[in-house]
Write a protein that binds this ligand. Sequence first.
Ligand SMILES: Nc1ncnc2c1ncn2[C@@H]1O[C@H](COP(=O)(O)OP(=O)(O)OP(=O)(O)O)[C@@H](O)[C@H]1O
Ligand SMILES: [Mg+2]
Length: 237
Amino acid sequence: MSNTSATNAVNIEELSFSWAAQKPILYIPAWQVKQGETVLLRGPSGSGKSTLLSLLAGINTPQTGRLDLFETSFSSLSGRQRDRYRADNIGYIFQQFNLLPYLSALDNALLACQFSKMRQQRLAKQNISAQTSANQMLLRLGLSSEQIQQPAHTLSVGQQQRVAAARALLGAPKLLIADEPTSALDAEHRDTFIQLLLELSAQNDTTVIFVTHDAALSPYFDKHVELNELNQAGVQS
Ligand SMILES: Nc1ncnc2c1ncn2[C@@H]1O[C@H](COP(=O)(O)OP(=O)(O)OP(=O)(O)O)[C@@H](O)[C@H]1O
Ligand SMILES: [Mg+2]
């Protein structure tokens, strides 16, 4: 891979990870993602996509190797420092959304900012409150003003997923990680959703790593990565 002056959002070297006492499920000799790039990550079920995302988000840590995010040596931070880094810089849309069911759509979206002064400061720089920004984003994502006030559990799956996207994007994180967030959507909603997600990300120069099985989403992304081509765990004897 050519070495340009562009900052790497992700830099992985000789990373390995195993669950408990099992054999390594991931061994990635090298992988870089440039800042602002949008990457679609594919691979068969059980190949370790969600596991890799959990390392990128610092929910789990690699046993060996190096994982840098932007200029930070992420894999050498303490658990506490990683939590802080994630709150400030990483938006994560989970496979199962992880919304708080009895909070409104708006309050769910606002959660991201509650835990991060840095996200609040980024919004303050744009002269916008978290409340206003969350509202605007939810409206752009197609929720009505009534739905924005409703508890999350009363919303459809597609609506909940848009709330999860608003929560992840609020306060302009540097990295957006999405784990199959479109799997419950029909084709029309899926296309609108992905277009908006990428538009909002581009506005903030957010780097996007997006896992999906859906081949129809390929044209939207700068890069396509097959996990089995990165991951040499099965190749090792
Ligand atoms: N918390 C965990 N504890 C132990 N093993 C786990 C855990 N989470 C996942 N695994 C194992 O790691 C492997 C990879 O799982 P992972 O969820 O990363 O796959 P995936 O590529 O995201 O699959 P899918 O496309 O079905 O979501 C599987 O064999 C799974 O059993
Ligand atoms: Mg998965």
